[in-house]
Design a protein around this ligand. Structure first.
Ligand code: ADP
Ligand code: MG
Length: 444
C-alpha cells in the first residue's frame, strides 16, 4: 500500500483524501499466444468502430427503435447528424474488454468480448502503475522475467499529440472534459503530465463549464483564453453528465467546432450495446470489414441477441427474451448505457422481462452470460486484504488516427486487467468491484 501511495497507484477517497487504488498482489497468468491474438485484434476493432461511426444512416436505423423512448440516446443521434463532417480528423481512444473462457481441449483458452468502449475508456494510467507494482513485488523471483510490460499512457499521449500536431498551431490546447466530483483523477493526471512533457498545453473543464464559458470563434472552440485542438472526453457518456442545458451546450460546442473530439457523438454511439449486438450478425459485419478481418473479430463474439429474435435452445427455438426468462443464469440484459452498474442480471432481469412489452424491450439487448473460470486471488482494497475466488477481465487499449480514407495511426497500446470477486456481477474499479492487476506469461 505504501508503494501504491508513493508511485501514483491512487485515487480520491469518499472524504476527499488520497487513498491507494484497489489492486491484486499477483498478476493474472495468460498464454502469450492468446495475449498476442488479443493485441492483434485491437486495430481491427478500431477500424470497425471508425467505419461504423462514419455510417450515420446505419447508426440511425439501428438505434432508432431504442431511441424512441430514450431522450438521451435520441439527442446523441441528433447531435451526430447535425455535426457530420465538422471534424475531418478522426481520433479514437478505445478499450476492448474480454473474459477468457476454457476452449476445447486442455489448456486452450478462448477470449470472448464483453464490450468495446469508445468513450472515456479509463485506467490507462493506473493499469501501468499496477504493472509497475507487480514488477516491484516480483523483483528477484523467477516470475520477474515473465511479467508483461504495460505502458498504455505512452500510446495514448502519442495519439493525442499526433492529432494536436496535425492541427498545426502549438498554442492550441488539449481539453480534458471531466465529471464534477471525479475520484479517479490521478489516472487522468498521468495522461495530462505525459502531454505536458511533449509540450502540449492542457485545460480541464466540465461539460457545464464548456457550455457556460466556451464559444466558437472562426470555427475554433475557445475557453479560458485558449483555443482547443483536441477535446478528450472523460465525461458525457451518461444522462447524469447532462443535468443542465449548459452541459448539452458544451457537448454541442465541442461537436460543432473544428476541435478533434475523442469521441464524436457518432463514435460514442458506435460503441453502444445495440450496435455491438447487430454487428454480431455476419451479413452486417461484412458491410464494414473484409472477410478475413470479420472472421478474426467474430471469433471473440459471445451470443448477442435482439430480445425478439429466435434463439435455438435444447427444447426448440424461443424468442431470446423468453429464453432469458427460462434460463436467467445464461443471460445478461443490457440497456444502451455506459459506465457500469446499468446491466440487469438474474431476478432484476426476469422482473423487467416479465413486465415489459416488445417496444420497451427494444431499449435492451440480451447477451450470453460469460462464465470465466474462477481463480484464487489476493485483492487489496481500502486497506483490507481479501483472499478469495476471482475472475479477471482483460482490456486492450487501442488508438486510431484517421483522415478521409487514410489511417495515420492504428495500433494496440497496452492493457488493463481488472480482477473481481467471482460472485460479483459487475466489474468496475470505480464502482468498487474491480482490482487493478497485470499479466504474466503462464508457466507451462
Ligand atoms: P458498461 O458499459 O456499463 O461498463 P459492460 O457491458 O462493460 O457495461 O458491463 C459491465 C460489467 O458487467 C463488465 O465489466 C462485466 O464484469 C459484467 N458483464 C458484462 N457483460 C457480461 C457478460 N456477457 N457475461 C458476464 N459478465 C458480464
Ligand atoms: Mg462500457
Amino acid at each position: 500500500m505504501d508503494w501504491a501511495l508513493s508511485h501514483g497507484l491512487v485515487k480520491l477517497g469518499a472524504n476527499g483524501g488520497v487513498i491507494h487504488a484497489p489492486f491484486t498482489l499477483e498478476p493474472f497468468p495468460i498464454d502469450p499466444a492468446v495475449c498476442g491474438r488479443l493485441a492483434a485484434l485491437t486495430p481491427l476493432y478500431n477500424r470497425l468502430a471508425w467505419r461504423v461511426a462514419e455510417s450515420l444512416d446505419f447508426l440511425s436505423e439501428t438505434l432508432g427503435p431504442a431511441a424512441r423512448d430514450d431522450p438521451f440516446l435520441r439527442r446523441l443521434l441528433e447531435l451526430a447528424q447535425a455535426s457530420a463532417g465538422a471534424q475531418p480528423l478522426h481520433l479514437a481512444i478505445n478499450r476492448s474488454d474480454y473474459f477468457l473462457v476454457a476452449g476445447e481441449g486442455a489448456g486452450v483458452w478462448r477470449a470472448l468480448q464483453v464490450e468495446l468502449n469508445t468513450i472515456a475508456a479509463s485506467y490507462a494510467g493506473l493499469a501501468g502503475r499496477a504493472q509497475a507494482l507487480h514488477g516491484y513485488l516480483a523483483a528477484g523471483t523467477p516470475e520477474a522475467g515473465r511479467l508483461l510490460a504495460n505502458d498504455p499512457i505512452a500510446g495514448l499521449a502519442e495519439a493525442l499529440a499526433a492529432a494536436w500536431k496535425r492541427l498545426g498551431d502549438p498554442r492550441r490546447v488539449c481539453l480534458f472534459v471531466l465529471q464534477p466530483g471525479e475520484r479517479n483523477v490521478f489516472d487522468q493526471r498521468l495522461l495530462e503530465f505525459a502531454l505536458r512533457e511533449r509540450g502540449i498545453g492542457v485545460a480541464r473543464h466540465t461539460l457545464e463549464e464548456v457550455g457556460g464559458q466556451g464559444s466558437i470563434r472562426e470555427g475554433k472552440l475557445a475557453i479560458g483564453g485558449h483555443a482547443v485542438a483536441v477535446a478528450y472526453l472523460r465525461s458525457g457518456y451518461g444522462p447524469g453528465d447532462y443535468s443542465s442545458p449548459d452541459a448539452w451546450r458544451g457537448r454541442e460546442l465541442i461537436e460543432r467546432s473544428d476541435a478533434v473530439a475523442v469521441p464524436t457523438a457518432a463514435a460514442q454511439l458506435a460503441g453502444s450495446k445495440k450496435i455491438q449486438q447487430v454487428l454480431s450478425r455476419e451479413e452486417v459485419l461484412g458491410r464494414f470489414c473484409e472477410a478475413e478481418e470479420a472472421r478474426a473479430l467474430s471469433g471473440t463474439f459471445a451470443g448477442l441477441y435482439d430480445p425478439e429474435e429466435p434463439v435455438a435452445m435444447a427444447e426448440g427455438a424461443l424468442p431470446a427474451w423468453r429464453a432469458a426468462l427460462e434460463f436467467p443464469q445464461r443471460f445478461v440484459l443490457k440497456p444502451q448505457r455506459e459506465g457500469g452498474g446499468n446491466n440487469l442480471f438474474d431476478e432484476e432481469m426476469t422482473a423487467l422481462l416479465r413486465t415489459s412489452d416488445a417496444a420497451e424491450r427494444a431499449a435492451y439487448i440480451l447477451m450470453e452470460r460469460i462464465a470465466p473460470e474462477p481463480r484464487r486471488s489476493l485483492m487489496v482494497s481500502e486497506g483490507t486484504l481479501r483472499d478469495g475466488d476471482s475472475v479477471s477481465e482483460i482490456g486492450r487499449f487501442g488508438v486510431l488516427l484517421a483522415d478521409g480514407e487514410t489511417e495515420h495511426l492504428n495500433r494496440d497500446v497496452g492493457y488493463l486487467v481488472r480482477t473481481k470477486a467471482a460472485d460479483s456481477r459487475e466489474g468496475g474499479v470505480s464502482a468498487g468491484f474491480g482490482h487493478l492487476s497485470s499479466l504474466i506469461e503462464s508457466a507451462e
